[in-house]
Structure formats: structure tokens, C-alpha cells
Design a protein around this ligand. Structure first.
Ligand code: PLP
Ligand code: SF4
Length: 372
């Protein structure tokens, strides 16, 4: 079944004649990325606001793979909102930050953030196939000069070696799958020489933006490094294509544990039906919804952020109505570097000595009596 391509995503007409072998080759997809206004205008009817957004950008890169661009619909389309800048992105509000999570301040050595005792975040590249407009690391992704060259991760590996409290290393970026299989394997192999590192998490959006990248060669390159958790970032059912399903199936078949970290985005997935449809699809692909993230206040993202109540309402509407497997944790990563807090809809109605009264998912009240 894995090679049945009959239901694949219809390509944008500009690429209709591209041989399948090229289209399904991630190197071709990366080479042919759309990175400027003129090229985009030859493919889509670009709105004036989008044109201003693309031309007016100062630092944050713009790139879209032909595959992901083929998912883009009319203005307002949830994929379009994630991939194509608009002039709203040029507006920076007083509460927004260049480094919303204080990652650089919690960086004991270059290319590593260590905020929680037992986990650390390692940045292995700053490139991504598509630059998501809501990215919390927009300050540095796409900037080739800020990506670690060979040897520059040595200090990070040395730090992990002398910090055995770290058991879980998140390999992130940018997107680690922007590296070659060989370079990625080299990094994972070095992590695996550190006895205290028990779990490796590979954080990648390639299954969404460049599913062709998840080929047999990659899976073989990753196979030696179990236990390996692959955390990806699907945000909308429109991204749930046969190509994406095959990418996740390859990873799951190889025994990697799959999780999804959705970012709650205004006009993309800020309603319960969208989240439920997305998460049901993910479960069918053996990918467990792990987090819904409140969108971080990175510069130029106000138009994509929702009130926190939106996330709470979505969770409230899911509980009791859909499988608990489809309900992730809702996390707010505290601006300034406080780390993640998870929020749940308030269920406790009253707390009295020995009794607590709750509201169920359908608004009825029930009391739990605590024995002396
Ligand atoms: C999110 C994050 C982690 C991982 O947190 P979990 O809640 O374990 O998924 C680790 N380090 C940093 C700096 C993070 O931002
Ligand atoms: S793939 Fe991740 S790191 Fe890259 S732009 Fe998107 S959100 Fe940012």
C-alpha cells in the first residue's frame, strides 16, 4: 500500500508535467522552492497585502516547497496563512519579543537551550523547507550564518556529557531533516555515545511541508538510534494528505514513536471541529496529539494569535466527546523563559471539606466524597 500514489495531492498546474521521479524527490522539491514575489505571482494571484508582506520583510525568510504550495488555496486558506507572509507580519506590537521564550538567555553553550533539569534542546540547523509565519524562532531560522558548522556542536555535546541530569534531548532547529542523512546520523550517533541521554526527540515539520524527505534511506539512517521519538507539527486537515500519511507510516513502521505539536492559530485551527478532524486523522496514522501550543508572541504574529480562552474552549468541547487519545495537553510557553504551563478547562465547581463537586463535559454536576 505504501507505494500507491493514486490519491496523491493534485499538483499546482505549473508542475503538472514534472516527472514523478523528480516531484517525489525531496532534493528536487528543495531546489524548486518558491522564495520570491515574482515567482509566487507567476503561480498565484498574490494579494496586495501579501505582496507588501513579502517585499517588506526585514529578516524572516520566505520559502515554500512546490508540494506545500500545491495545498495553498484562496486567501484565507489555512495553509496559505501559515506559508505566505502578509503586511500584518510587519506590525510588531509592544508585547512581542524577538526571542519570546528566552531561549538565548537559557543557553549555557552555543546551539543548546537548557531550561528544565532533565531535558535540553539542541539546534542543529536553522534551515527549514517552508518558513512558517508563526515560527517562534523567526529571529534566526533561515539565517545561514547562525547555523552551526561542523565542529561547532562540540561544546553542546561536551555540555551534555558533563550534565548527566539531561536524559531527553530534543534535536531541533530549524528543521533537523534539512541536514543530510549522513550529518544527521553523525549527530545522533554522538548523542548516543553519552550514556545519560536516554531518549532522543527529533522535532521536524518535514512530514507536513516536505513529506518526500521521509524516504527509505532516511529511515535506515535513523534506525540505529532508538528510542527515538519523532515530534511533528501538523496544524490543519488540509495538510493531511496521502503523501503525509505515507511519511508517518514509514516512521511508525520503523518503530519510532510519533507525536504532534499543533500551534493554535487564528483563522487556521481555532475551532473544535478542525482540531478534532486533525487529531482523528493523526491517530489513524499512529501519531499521538501531544501538545496544542498557544502561539508564542514572536514579532509580527499578532494576526495569527488567539486569546487563551479559545484553546480552553476547544479542550472543553473535546473532553467527553472524543477519544482521550485525541486530546493533547494545552501548553502556554511563558514569555521571557518561564517554561511551559499546561492549562485545563475548569471542572471543579466547589471544594468543601471532604467533598468536591465537578461539572462534567455536558454541564451536569457530580460530587466526589473523600473518605476521612
Ligand atoms: C518544550 C521544551 C522542552 C520539552 O518539554 P516537554 O514538556 O518535555 O515536551 C525542553 N526544553 C525546552 C527549552 C523547551 O522549550
Ligand atoms: S518548521 Fe519549525 S522551525 Fe522551521 S519555520 Fe516552521 S515552525 Fe519554525
Amino acid at each position: 500500500m505504501i507505494d500507491d500514489r493514486s490519491g496523491d495531492t493534485p499538483r499546482h498546474p505549473a508542475w503538472a508535467e514534472v516527472p514523478d521521479r523528480a516531484w517525489n524527490d525531496w532534493r528536487w522539491q528543495l531546489r524548486e522552492r518558491v522564495t520570491d514575489l515574482a515567482r509566487l505571482q507567476s503561480l498565484l494571484e498574490v494579494t496586495p497585502a501579501e505582496a507588501r508582506g513579502i517585499v517588506g520583510r526585514t529578516s524572516f525568510s520566505f520559502a515554500v516547497t512546490p508540494y506545500y504550495l500545491s495545498l495553498v488555496g484562496a486567501p484565507g486558506c489555512p495553509v496559505r496563512r501559515q506559508a505566505i507572509p502578509t503586511d500584518e507580519e510587519l506590525r510588531v506590537t509592544p508585547s512581542e519579543l524577538r526571542d519570546p521564550l528566552g531561549e538565548d538567555a537559557h543557553s549555557p553553550v552555543p546551539h543548546l537551550t537548557h531550561r528544565y533539569p532533565d531535558r535540553a534542546l539542541l539546534y542543529v540547523t536553522h534551515n527549514c523547507p517552508v518558513y512558517c509565519r508563526h515560527c517562534t524562532r523567526s529571529r534566526k531560522v533561515g539565517d545561514e550564518h547562525s547555523a552551526p558548522a561542523r565542529g561547532e556542536l562540540d561544546a553542546a555535546f561536551e555540555y551534555l556529557r558533563r550534565t548527566p541530569a539531561v536524559r531527553d534531548v530534543l534535536v531541533s532547529g530549524g528543521d533537523p531533516l534539512s541536514l543530510s542523512d549522513a550529518r544527521l546520523a553523525e549527530i545522533l550517533a554522538r548523542l548516543r555515545t553519552i550514556d545519560s541521554v536516554e531518549v532522543i526527540r527529533l522535532c521536524t515539520r518535514n512530514p507536513v511541508t516536505l513529506p518526500q524527505r521521509i524516504d527509505d534511506a532516511l529511515v535506515e539512517a535513523l534506525r540505529p538510534f532508538q528510542p527515538l521519538y519523532v515530534h511533528t507539527h501538523f496544524n490543519h486537515p488540509r495538510e493531511c494528505t496521502p503523501e503525509a500519511a505515507r511519511a508517518l507510516a514509514r516512521l511508525a513502521d520503523a518503530g519510532f514513536v510519533l507525536g504532534n505539536q499543533m500551534v493554535l492559530l487564528r483563522g487556521v485551527n481555532d475551532d473544535v471541529d478542525t482540531v478534532v478532524a486533525l487529531n482523528r486523522w493523526l491517530l489513524r496514522q499512529r501519531c499521538r496529539p501531544y501538545y496544542i501550543f498557544q502561539c508564542d508572541p514572536a514579532e509580527g504574529t499578532a494576526h495569527l494569535r488567539t486569546p487563551i480562552q479559545t484553546g480552553l474552549t476547544i479542550l472543553d468541547q473535546m473532553r467527553g466527546r472524543v477519544s482521550g487519545l485525541a486530546i493533547p495537553q494545552y501548553a502556554v510557553d511563558l514569555p521571557g523563559g518561564g517554561g511551559k504551563v499546561t492549562l485545563v478547562p475548569e471542572r471543579l465547581v466547589r471544594a468543601e471539606p471532604g467533598r468536591r463537586t465537578f461539572r462534567d463535559a455536558f454541564g451536569r454536576e457530580f460530587t466526589y466524597v473523600e473518605e476521612e
